[in-house]
Structures are given as structure tokens and as C-alpha cells.
Design a protein around this ligand. Structure first.
Ligand SMILES: Cc1cc2nc3c(=O)[nH]c(=O)nc-3n(C[C@H](O)[C@H](O)[C@H](O)COP(=O)(O)OP(=O)(O)OC[C@H]3O[C@@H](n4cnc5c(N)ncnc54)[C@H](O)[C@@H]3O)c2cc1C
Length: 811
């Protein structure tokens, strides 16, 4: 065997063995056999043969004898790593320890196991939950008048507050034994979807007590006494809670709150007790202005060591009654014309007894880990539901509006430019719905997946912004001029709210998602770090060599998949319709894991500062998860034939963007030679995936511009108000318009033909219908339907105007 042939065979063997993820022993045996064969056929002089064999044997021994390997390789690396490893702060550590690993870990494995996806249970609503949606939620939605709330009252009206309290809307997550509804995360999400499709301020008001707040924290960390006292009062709205973390100096960097509590003795209800003296300044606190119970986060210290030897105990949460002396509360912020209650509050030398701390003494200094745990699940429920509710409303209303609104003698939906926006509205809503559902099903199955919920929060609030933009564009002036008939103005204004709260999106995208996933989901990194901090070189050695194998295997897989486009990947599960997408997810997962690993290797601790790079990797893992959710959603819905365009559009868009972010990552990788090698490995034949075609986009838009079953499935959960002839409920009119329009198609065609033949002289639509009826061109029933259609059309295109703009009635 010639030298070149030998090298070539060795490379192929290396790729094959690492592709198949063979063990170190199997790989050593494989190379030995190849070497022996090579030397035998090459017939080198004996000394050369013996030297090469000796060298190979030595390498094999070093790699396969653990004590020798540790001594020569891993121990020096262990010592070096110990010296350079950056210290992980307490708050970082608590963030890393919070929650569970889920599909983020599967993506990081480079080879997701699809049987897990298809076997994953879907939560069905119980009869009681469904009855709640059909009863109290419908009732509440029909009471909500968003224009009245956002323009005139700047608050929810008293009857709405009463309905919220009476029906336990503030106790959705509170268990039944404490007087709440005890609903699943899925039911919670459905409730928010429906209310958000009606009124964002109402949805936010109901969301907050049910997400990151006192109830959630009490359920997990409160003492039994605290739970028994507060949870029933919170469920009925007797206590209105708020949760105060953010302040003027601490927004995104919430761990740095300057608000202070000092352990001391003081007077409480006439007695001298051990407690905490507090000073704080918070802002942006939802429900703050009307809260009766303030959930407060502060830094706690014990300078006189009255409780512990430590001086700084860390972030702590307490539940403080509003009536406690020293609290200044009640003024309001005005968040983008969504007048849910939100405002600042301050405390000056407020003294509270220790039992106001959540968890009492056991909760001292535990606030950050409580928050991270609560965030790990909570972030995946409310904001994704709010965003999806808005998306569903946009899909249902905008598709119909684009058929009702005519310009240049045609429904505007017929123009490709408008169709493009309609496609994005429908396709993105499908992605939002799928992601929301998979995430809440995970939470219902006991997951608290910190990275996945951050992905859901980030992507769905961004998709809501995109859908709101598109809906506004299609509605033109009718979207811009506010009033009771306007469906999207307030939703468009509210889009940045979800983007900013619960981890503002720039930070979530460019820092949190990838960095957390790297440390939490990488199959070996955490074990390496733990072995260093725990001074365990044996564990380090094992993790290090498994890590190297993992890196090499992702390299081989990326190269082979790059060359073959992933055709060698054979998913064992999933129908033929989705298998191509599963293949691409596997291909891109291996590439993602490789780049994640290499970026850490090359940039080390500096990676934390390279946010443009980590943002791209966060986009990749995010879009891959979104694709997974879409496939699962399509499968859960029994793969409806009619929904295939939505499936294909959503998968192709997400996979295209996942590949795009890898592509631009490689092009911006700071080490040009390595960047070149990575380009050749991941994209040996260039980029593989395309954005969904115009033809597919046309099929998607067609689903929401006609009264199809796919449209009903896509917008399931939207609140559709009852039709009233004189009313201003635009959605109810749009909902009547679309089926009638289909029903009138034949009659309209007859009129068009008659016009072409010059049989009709009238230009006014109603007069023309009368003329056609009089001439017997259409029947009386057809004429009646056409008149009704025209009447609906006029109602739909009506835009509110006012005698003055200070909140008077619409003219
Ligand atoms: C309507 C509303 C309701 C709210 N409700 C509550 C509540 O009930 N309780 C509560 O405690 N808080 C609440 N908040 C506060 C909310 O959580 C904060 O607004 C949020 O954490 C961001 O803080 P900030 O507004 O001070 O922005 P800043 O921290 O000033 O951030 C500004 C921008 O910089 C970006 N940024 C900051 N650091 C980084 C970084 N390292 N890398 C990349 N980008 C970065 C952010 O992503 C953001 O885009 C609410 C806010 C609003 C607007």
C-alpha cells in the first residue's frame, strides 16, 4: 500500500469510527489492523516497520491505560484547567442548577432520539378545564371592551374585576386544596390565549398572579402556615399580589439589586421581635399600584450576626402587606397604552418580622435560586400564550380582511405583496402555537426546562412582533386609526412589552440561551467543571476523553452530512412527510454541537463577551427546537392533509434560519484558518437549505383567506364575539364575511360576466345587484346574499372617527 493510500484509508477509518461513535478500544483496534495491513503490503525494511509498530503500540497504551493516560495527558490538563477556570458566581451557579434538561439536551447530543419525541405525551384538557374555557373565560371575554379599557377607563372596569375574582382567575395555578383551580399548564396557556386575543391589558392582569409571583413561590417554598393563610386569599383575589424585583439601578442585571434588608430587632404589633429592616426602590411592578401583598426581592445582611456567622446572606423574598408602615405605593406607569396596573414602589425603614420571608428562616438568602426555578417553568407559559393569542387573532382577522378589502377591483389578498405578509402571519402563528403547546406539555409532564422556556419566550414574543407588523401593514389605515373597531393598533403597541419583561430579548438571545445551554446541556462539560471544582482528576480524565470523542464524532458527522445533505441519516420514527425534516435537524444538531464546542475551546472565557457569536448559536438551537415543536404539533393533530403547507412552510423557514445562523457564525469565526476548515466541513458543497418557495407561501396564505378547516385549527382558542348589526365588533363581521363570500362566488361570477357583456350599467355595487336581479341574471336569494355581503363589506372597512379625541364616543 502506498503512503498516500494509507493516509487516505486512515482518514476514512477515523471518520467512520468517530461517525459511528465507537469506543476508544474499538478505534484503537481498527487503527492497529489498518497499520498492520499497511506495513505488510508496504514491505518496509524491518527497522522502519518495527519503529512504526512500536510508536503505534506506545500511543495505544497511553490512550488505553487509564493510569498512564492520566499521568501523561489528563493530569497536566487538569492542573492547567484548575488555574485558568473562571470562578462561577453564586447567582450564576444557581441559574445553572435551576430547572431540568429536555429537548435542549437532545439537540446538544448531535443525534436527537426521535422515539422520545413521538412518544412524548400530550396533555388533554380535563372536562372541568374545558368547561372553564367555555364558561367563565367566554363570559369574561365578552365583558371586555378593549377600547373602553385602553382609551377611556385606563383600567379594567369593576364588573370585570368582579368576574376575575369570583371565577378564581387569580388562582389558576393554585391547587384545589388551597382554594384555587389547580389547572394544568396547558389549560393555563389556553386561558391566556383566549383572553389575549381579546384584550392585552386583561391578559397581563390575569397572567401575572399566575406566573412568577407570590403564589408560585409560596407553593414551592412557603411554609405550610404561609400557604394555608395566603393561597386561598390569593385565589379569590382577596389579596392582590405583585412581585417586585426590578429597580432603577437593576433591570437586566437583576442579581445586582441594591435594595437592602438588615436583620435586627424591632417592634411589630406592639412586641419586640427579630426581623428585617428594609429600604427599597422598585419600578415597573405589575399590579403594584393596587397590590395588597408585595412580593419583594432584596439583598439581606446580618451585620450583627444575630442569625448566622455570615454577614451577607444573599437575595431573599418576603411577602409584605401593603399597610406596613413606611411603604410608598400607588402611582402608575403607562406602558405603551396598555393600562394594566403597573408602577413603582418604595420602602423607607420598613420593619417586618422574619416569618414574612417566604419559607421563613429556611428561605433566608434563597431568593435567587427560587426565582431561577420559578422562571425555568413560568417563562414558558404566560408570554408564549399571550403572543400566540395575538398571532391567532391576526391570522383569523387579517386573512378575512384581505379578502373583504378591495383595491384595483380586487381583494387585496390577491396581490402577491399582501399575500407574502399573509403567509408570514399564518406560518408564524403555526410555529407559535406548536412551540407553546410542546413547551406546556413538557411543563405538565414535570419538566422545568430553563433553556427551552427561554427559547419559547424569546422566539414567540419576537414572532408576535413580526405578526403584529404584518397585520398592521395589511390593514393599512384601518390598523392605524384607533377606536373600538380597530383590532391591531393596541396589539402592535403592546408587542414590546413581552419582549422586555421576564428577561429582555437582546439579553436572552445573545447571552442567556446559548451560554446556559452550553453549561447545562453539553453532555460532558459540566462533568469536567464539577470534577475540577471537586478536585477529582479521575472523573476529569473520563469526561475529557468522552468529550474528545464527542467532538471528533460531531466533526465527522458534520462533514459526512455536509457532503451528503444528510441522506445517510435514517430516522427510525415519524411519517414520511416529516422524515426529511428530522434528517435536517439531526444534521444541523451535529454541526451546532461541533461549533459550540469549538467556540469554547478557541475563545474560552472570552466567549461570554462575544455575544454576536453566541446569539447566532442561540438562533440555531432555537430554530431547531421550533422545528421539532412544529413536527410534534402536526403529528399530534393526526397529520391533517390540509395543514401540510403550514408544516412545510414552518419547517423550511426554521431550518433555513438555523442553517443561516451556522453559516454566518462560521463566516465570523475569529480564527480565519479554523473558520476556513469549518466552512469546508459544514458546508463542503455550500448551503443546502432554501427559504420556503413562493408557491408554498401561496398555499399557506390560501388557508387563511378562505373558511377552511385549517384556518379553524390554526385559530382555535380565539375569542370570536357575537355578531351585532350595529355593533363595532370587527372580528364577528369578518367571521361572517368569509363563508358568505365563498357562498356568493357563483353569483359574483354571473355579474362579472354580465358586466363584460355590457349588460349592466350601474356602477354602485348595490344598484348593480338590483339591476342584475331585475334582469333575471341572478336569483332573489343570490341578490339577497350579495346585498348582505356588501353590507358586511361596508361595516368591515368602516374606520372610527370622533367629535374630539379626549375619549368621547365614536361617531
Ligand atoms: C410593562 C412591564 C412590566 C414589568 N413587570 C415587572 C414586575 O412585575 N416585576 C418586576 O420585578 N419587574 C417587572 N418589569 C421589569 C422587567 O423585567 C425589566 O424591564 C427587564 O428586566 C429589563 O430591564 P430594563 O427595562 O431596566 O432594561 P435594561 O436592563 O436597561 O436593558 C436595556 C437593554 O439592554 C439589553 N441588555 C442588558 N444587558 C445586556 C447584556 N449583558 N447583553 C445583551 N444585552 C443586554 C437588554 O436586553 C435590553 O434590551 C416589567 C417591565 C415592564 C416594561
Amino acid at each position: 500500500m502506498g503512503y498516500m493510500a494509507f493516509v487516505l484509508l486512515a482518514v476514512i477509518l477515523l471518520i467512520l469510527l468517530t461517525y459511528l461513535r465507537s469506543t476508544l478500544r474499538q478505534a484503537t483496534a481498527g487503527f492497529f489492523i489498518l497499520l498492520v495491513l499497511g506495513l505488510w503490503t508496504a514491505r518496509y525494511p524491518a527497522p522502519v516497520t518495527l519503529t512504526l509498530l512500536g510508536f503505534a503500540l506506545l500511543t495505544a497504551l497511553v490512550l488505553n491505560l487509564p493510569w498512564l493516560r492520566k499521568w501523561l495527558i489528563s493530569r497536566p490538563l487538569f492542573n492547567q484547567a484548575k488555574r485558568i477556570m473562571p470562578r462561577i458566581s453564586k447567582t450564576e451557579q444557581e441559574a445553572l442548577d435551576a430547572g431540568t434538561l429536555w429537548w435542549d439536551q437532545e439537540i446538544w447530543s448531535g443525534a436527537p432520539e426521535w422515539n422520545k419525541l413521538f412518544a412524548y405525551p400530550e396533555t388533554k384538557l380535563t372536562a372541568e378545564e374545558q368547561a372553564f374555557l367555555d364558561g367563565p373565560v367566554e363570559e369574561l371575554c365578552s365583558m371586555l371592551n378593549d377600547w373602553q379599557i385602553t382609551h377611556k377607563d385606563l383600567d379594567l372596569p369593576p364588573n370585570v374585576w368582579e368576574c376575575i375574582k369570583k371565577n378564581l382567575f387569580f388562582g389558576i395555578i393554585i391547587p384545589k386544596e388551597y382554594g384555587g383551580l389547580g389547572f394544568s399548564a396547558t389549560a393555563h396557556s389556553e386561558i391566556i390565549v383566549k383572553i389575549a386575543s381579546r384584550s392585552i391589558p386583561a391578559a397581563v392582569t390575569i397572567m401575572v398572579p399566575n406566573s412568577l409571583g407570590p403564589a408560585e413561590l409560596l407553593m414551592h417554598y412557603g411554609t405550610e402556615e404561609q400557604r394555608a393563610y395566603y393561597l386561598p386569599r390569593l385565589a379569590t383575589g382577596e389579596e392582590i399580589p405583585c412581585f417586585g424585583l426590578t429597580g432603577p439601578e437593576a433591570g437586566s442585571d437583576a442579581g445586582s439589586i441594591p435594595d437592602r434588608g438588615v436583620i435586627c430587632t424591632g417592634e411589630y404589633q406592639g412586641a419586640e421581635v427579630l426581623g428585617i429592616r428594609l429600604n427599597w426602590h422598585k419600578r415597573y411592578i405589575t399590579l403594584g399600584p393596587i397590590a395588597t401583598l408585595i412580593g419583594l426581592a432584596f439583598q439581606l445582611s446580618d451585620p450583627d450576626h444575630l442569625l448566622r456567622d455570615q454577614t451577607e446572606l444573599g437575595i431573599t423574598f418576603a411577602l409584605i402587606p401593603r399597610t406596613t408602615p413606611g411603604i410608598e405605593i400607588g402611582s402608575r406607569h403607562f406602558p405603551l397604552n396598555s393600562p394594566f396596573q403597573n408602577g413603582p414602589n418604595k420602602g423607607h425603614d420598613v420593619f417586618i418580622p422574619l416569618d414574612m420571608v417566604i419559607g421563613n428562616r429556611a428561605g433566608l438568602g434563597k431568593g435567587w435560586s427560587m426565582l431561577m426555578e420559578a422562571l425555568a417553568a413560568g417563562r414558558g407559559i404566560s408570554l408564549p400564550a399571550l403572543s400566540t393569542g395575538a398571532g391567532k387573532l391576526a391570522s383569523r382577522a387579517t386573512g378575512a380582511y384581505a379578502m373583504a378589502r378591495r383595491q384595483f377591483n380586487q381583494p387585496i389578498a390577491r396581490f402577491e405583496g399582501v399575500e407574502e405578509a399573509l403567509t408570514r402571519i399564518a406560518g408564524n402563528t403555526y410555529i407559535m402555537d406548536a412551540t407553546r403547546l410542546l413547551t406546556v406539555h413538557g411543563i405538565d409532564n414535570g419538566e422545568r426546562p430553563a433553556v427551552i422556556t427561554a427559547i419559547a419566550k424569546y422566539h414567540l414574543t419576537e414572532l408576535m412582533r413580526s405578526v403584529a407588523n404584518d397585520a398592521m401593514d395589511v390593514h393599512g389605515g384601518a390598523g392605524i386609526c384607533l377606536g373600538p373597531r380597530n383590532l391591531f393598533g393596541r396589539m402592535y403597541q403592546a408587542a414590546p412589552l413581552g419582549i422586555t419583561v421576564e428577561g429582555a430579548n437582546i439579553l436572552t438571545r445573545s447571552f442567556i440561551i446559548f451560554n446556559q445551554s452550553l453549561l447545562r446541556c453539553h453532555p460532558f462539560l459540566r462533568r469536567e467543571i464539577d470534577s475540577i471544582t471537586q478536585q477529582d482528576p479521575a472523573r476529569f480524565d473520563e469526561a475529557l476523553f468522552q468529550h474528545l470523542g464527542f467532538l471528533l464524532s460531531n466533526f465527522s458527522r458534520s462533514l459526512v452530512h455536509g457532503l451528503t445533505g444528510g441522506v445517510l441519516i435514517r430516522p427510525t420514527h415519524g411519517s414520511r412527510v416529516v422524515q426529511g425534516y428530522l434528517r435536517q435537524i439531526t444534521r444541523l444538531s451535529a454541526a451546532f454541537a461541533l461549533l459550540g464546542d469549538l467556540s469554547l475551546l478557541v475563545l474560552g472565557a472570552d466567549l461570554k463577551r462575544r455575544e454576536k457569536l453566541t446569539a447566532r448559536l442561540s438562533d440555531t438551537i432555537g430554530h431547531l427546537f421550533l422545528t421539532i415543536a412544529v413536527i410534534k404539533h402536526f403529528t399530534n393533530q393526526q397529520e391533517p392533509e390540509e395543514d401540510r403547507p403550514l408544516l412545510h412552510w414552518a419547517c423550511r423557514k426554521n431550518l433555513y434560519l438555523a442553517e443561516e445562523s451556522l453559516w454566518s457564525f462560521v463566516h465570523n469565526f475569529p480564527l480565519p484558518p479554523l473558520a476556513g476548515l469549518l466552512r469546508l466541513t459544514l458546508f463542503p458543497l455550500g448551503r443546502r437549505l432554501r427559504y420556503p418557495s413562493d408557491r408554498l407561501g401561496h398555499q399557506v396564505a390560501a388557508l387563511i383567506t378562505a373558511p377552511t378547516k385549517a384556518r379553524d385549527r390554526l385559530t382555535l382558542g380565539v375569542f370570536v364575539p357575537a355578531y351585532a348589526e350595529e355593533g363595532t365588533e370587527t372580528l364577528s363581521k369578518l367571521d361572517c364575511y368569509l363563508p358568505l363570500m365563498v357562498h356568493c362566488e357563483q353569483a359574483e361570477e354571473k355579474i362579472r360576466m354580465a358586466l363584460k357583456q355590457g349588460l349592466l350599467a350601474q356602477s354602485d355595487p348595490l344598484a348593480r345587484v338590483a339591476e342584475a336581479e331585475a334582469q333575471g341574471l341572478i336569483s332573489a336569494e343570490e341578490a339577497g346574499n350579495l346585498r348582505r355581503l356588501e353590507q358586511l363589506h361596508q361595516q368591515i372597512i368602516t374606520v372610527d372617527d370622533f367629535s374630539n379625541l379626549t375619549g368621547e364616543e365614536a361617531l
